[in-house]
Design a protein around this ligand. Structure first.
Ligand code: NAD
Length: 341
């Protein structure tokens, strides 16, 4: 019987991996559906559904309507809008794309460090406004650039040494930086094998010249960097957040920059996205804001939309998909759909 794939978030002009379906007896129905009723009406008889499981409503009612479905392949790292317990009850495996932008996000963390540490925005502004040459104008050099430190030998403190934290650490090591990290879930030996010195959070806050946050947002990490943490940082430290806005107490961050507890910040993610027009961060010259763009490159964008189809193909063949996020369904799922060898 023809295998029916329903794509609920088919952006025009984006490669959805359709060519992967060609060798199979499969059909693809695609559209852009936002409400639960629309998704049910198009996906009711699907064998596989692809959608953005961090935005679209894959609620229990929707999942129970998918009577043939074996997989919901998500186009995102996060999967907060799919009812995982309901998916497991319905025997459906849910997948995400956990690894499409490791290079991009770690690259932005390093870009923040270099731009902030080298005072790129301040220099650019001074040259545009006053056509300065810093070799012949010692006063401006001191006014704009002092104190600027050599990157080699500076200490980067990474909170959360997972995929992106590790990629950031390796890039920083390439710049000759010392890297320390706090992550209670990663073995000391593993950290050391990556050229990183494991420390407790207090030591990291006190010793780092740059602090870069790379944890998920969980009850444990919510507001984990607050005013007390900023008070422990060096006044020359730059704070970088490419993880989630909610990991940082935003009022405390604003106060820390205003009071000079830190030298500045590189902020990709904020509590309110888009950032609210009256947010004081918008007025701060020593804060760089990038509006949750860290994940994007032409390559990561391709990978994000292509990889869910690879998960669908695995499920179609009866293979347990690589990026499953509800492993509790595995036994039941393999019994029903698993490849018989
Ligand atoms: P990951 O799961 O590989 O790594 C997260 C690390 O955080 C793990 O090693 C974990 O042990 C650690 N951790 C968990 N709780 C901690 C705690 N209380 N203290 C210290 N460490 C803790 O995830 P990843 O792929 O490296 O991504 C990290 C985060 O980056 C994601 O969760 C996501 O929120 C964010 N992200 C942002 C963008 C963007 O565009 N800005 C894109 C992708 C991911």
């Amino acid at each position: 019987m023809t295998f029916k794939v329903v794509h609920t978030f088919a952006l025009p002009g984006v490669d959805l991996g359709e060519e992967l379906l060609e060798p199979l007896d499969a059909t693809l129905v695609k559209g852009m559906w936002r409400t639960a009723d629309e998704i049910i009406s198009h996906g009711r008889d699907a064998d596989a559904v692809i959608g953005v499981v961090s935005i679209q409503p894959f609620t229990r009612r929707v999942l129970e309507a998918f009577v043939n479905c074996r997989i919901i392949a998500g186009i995102a790292v996060g999967f907060e809008t799919v009812d995982l317990a309901a998916a497991t009850d319905c025997g459906i495996v849910v997948t995400n794309v956990p690894d499409y932008c490791i290079d991009e996000v770690s690259g932005l963390a390093i870009t923040f460090m270099l731009a902030l540490g080298q005072k790129l925005l301040q220099i650019d502004k001074a040259v545009r406004e006053r056509q300065i040459s810093f070799t012949s104008d010692r006063k401006s050099l001191m006014d704009v650039l002092y104190p600027r430190f050599r990157m080699r030998g500076q200490t980067l403190g990474i909170v959360g040494l997972g995929k992106i934290g590790t990629a950031t650490a390796l890039k920083a090591r390439g710049l000759g930086m010392k890297v320390i990290a706090y992550d209670p879930y990663v073995l000391r030996a593993v950290m050391e094998s990556r050229g990183v010195r494991p420390v407790d959070l207090d030591t990291l806050l006190r010793e780092s010249d740059f602090i870069s946050l790379h944890t998920p947002l969980t009850p444990e990490t919510s507001n984990m960097i607050g005013y007390e943490e900023f008070k422990k940082m060096k006044p020359t430290c730059y704070f970088i957040n490419t993880a989630r806005g909610g990991c940082v107490d935003q009022a405390a961050l604003i106060r820390a920059v205003q009071e000079g507890l830190i030298a500045g910040a590189g902020i990709d993610v904020t509590v309110d996205e888009p950032i609210h027009a009256d947010n004081p961060l918008l007025e701060m010259p020593n804060v760089i804001l990038t509006g949750h763009s860290a994940w994007y490159s032409t390559t990561s964008d391709l990978e994000l939309f292509h990889k869910p189809m690879t998960q669908v193909i695995m499920a179609q063949k009866g293979q347990w998909p690589l990026y499953a996020v509800n492993p509790d369904v595995k036994e039941k799922w393999l019994e029903k759909w698993g490849e018989k060898v």
